[in-house]
Design a protein around this ligand. Structure first.
Ligand code: FES
Length: 157
């Protein structure tokens, strides 16, 4: 496979895999999920517009932070199909993530900072739990770590 040059406007699947660091099988999966698209050459080979690299990067990063593919797909569907997305297009997509990412960041910070205390999960395994969650009273409010969930705006995922 020939390495993609910087001025190449279309990439083969091998070049897309090589530059994105994503396996060809994963790229085919993304395409089946309509997350990325290609055109076919006369020889029935896939060709991807170069901006597909940015879509793949976004998919990978979204996956890494736990955003479901269905949500990624919904957001990517806001991008134009037939032209390279502009900065404005990407800004619109970015805005869709804002609230969700803010909430995830908040939860991760909470995990970092608060997981040494009782979270109200019903385990009663930490010495302070008897005081913080006597007889697992928080269990009457519903399943899960009640102290963490009541501090979140969106509840369990
Ligand atoms: S940490 Fe589980 S009930 Fe306190």
């Amino acid at each position: 496979m020939e390495e993609a040059t910087w001025d190449q406007t279309e990439l083969s699947v091998g070049q897309l895999a090589q530059r994105s660091g994503v396996a060809v099988s994963a790229l085919h999966f993304y395409e089946r999920q309509n997350l990325i698209t290609s055109r076919r050459t006369a020889g029935n080979q896939r060709r991807y517009r170069r901006d597909t690299l940015r879509r793949v990067a976004m998919i990978r990063i979204a996956q890494r932070v736990g955003i479901p593919l269905s949500q990624v797909s919904a957001v990517l569907s806001l991008l134009p199909d037939r032209r390279t997305p502009t900065r404005k297009d990407w800004e619109r997509v970015s805005a869709c993530w804002q609230a969700d990412l803010d909430e995830r960041i908040r939860q991760l910070q909470q995990l970092r900072d608060d997981f040494t205390d009782c979270v109200g999960c019903g385990c009663l395994s930490i010495d302070r739990c008897r005081m913080a969650n006597p007889h697992d009273e928080l269990g009457t409010q519903g399943p899960g770590p009640r102290r963490l969930l009541t501090r979140t705006s969106s509840g369990p995922r």
